[in-house]
Ligand binder design. Sequence first.
Ligand code: HEM
Length: 495
Amino acid sequence: MSTTLPVELDDIQGLVRFGYKHHTEASFLLLRVSDRDAARRWLATVPVCTAETIEPPPETALQIALTGDGMRALGVADAIVDAFATDFVTGMAGDANRARRLGDVGANDPGQWQWGAGARMPHVVVLLYALPGKLAAFQRAIEAQCAACFERITCLTTSDLDGIEPFGFMDGISQPLVDWQRKRRAKDAERDEYTNLSCLGEYLLGYPNEYGGYTDRPLLDADVVGSRLPHAEEAPERADLGRNGSYLVMRQMRQDVHGFWQFVDRCAGGNAAARDRIANAMVGRDRAGVPLVGPANETIEGGGVPGDLNAFTYRSDPHGVRCPLGAHIRRSNPRNADLPPGRPGIVSWAMRTLGFDAEALDQDLVASTRFHRLLRRGREYGVGVSLAQALAEPTASTETGLHFICLGANIARQFEFVQNAWAMGVHFDGLPNESDPLLGTHLPSADGRPTDGFSIPRDDGADERITGLPQFVTVVGGAYFFLPGIRALRFLATT
Ligand code: HEM
């Protein structure tokens, strides 16, 4: 296998490479197949925007992803569908254990979702992106085409809040740098330094991942498939249905902006500076995106240059005095290497790896970051609420929140791990029974102990401990999709 094989940008959906930032308008059509043949015909020919660079950017871009149920509804053989990853096939809301692990209990229970469970499980999501002013006509045209093939569950609208998520913090600052040139040596060898450069195979099936292996995917008989699909790199006699495709995780997360700021304000006794300090601590950045651990002046492979908002790790802040261990961004990307930090040398190495070092024991709960990166592609929805409005009495407000979207080649190792072990994990990094302050349900744990606290370490004594956190974010829909390569999409529609 050569690592210099060109990447087939014309066979990859654009969303893997671009966030479509110029396309400030977007909507997501959640559909169920109503006429199989018509749906297959449409999917076999609909123009899908690829990952090739187009200058100037196209006015509109359309992307397509399918659920496992959707593939079956299109007539794809069970043997093919079942060769995709089990988590994808079972689905986000497909079993109670998964729901529990993801924190989809209580108010997040899939039984109450607006979409993503039961008869409201989408078969297809059509993601529409458009330059300002261009969405409405584009959407009308696509919906007219879809009407003959699909029943519409809903259309998820989005809002351009200027890069600020509804709680008021700048979002979309940190992303892994995908190794499109395939220069990163993919192998399962311990890395001493945090790197932001990430193997292509972490996001696209059919390429080596951070373990140096290929993620399992449906490999078909090339003699039968002919030239309709690319060949598998590691098994050229097999046709690769996964190659150039990615799993797409979508979760609609309603944000209680009033609840968030009013709670923080109460904790701060109405003091504006204290309010900012506590809210920033929960996120791990201030509202302008400046990381609390700063100054951001480290040089990180693939991670920007000193001074930018991503040039940092938590190495200089092991106890969370500047950025709490439980802050949202520290949980969702601990920015560590493969071994817990420690002094160099064989004795230190043995102590850390064998777990004799008390500090390393806490760190053991924080697995190596490079296996758990997410390419985030979410969009906000609803009406933005200013801080002043959030602090005032709630008025009859419309729903606001985040259509969280992330891409990855392995849902279990990437999204589910981050969500379960890091965000929902109540002992993350040795913390005393608390989950992600933004995302947690804060329901008592199985043994009845409260998980509604948030610790802010101090350098001069005991942690400041905030308790009684209500749930600020509620999951109201979600599903696992597969965003196929273009040839794979056409194959699925015609097989
Ligand atoms: C309504 C829900 C959410 C809100 C309000 C939210 C908010 C934020 C904010 C303000 C940032 C900092 C901006 C940045 O670093 O790019 C961030 C970063 C991040 N979030 Fe979230 N987030 C939400 C849900 C999630 C979920 C469900 C996950 C994954 C399970 C997640 C994973 C991440 C990751 C990986 C980062 C980047 C961390 C880093 O690399 O330093 N977020 N989020």
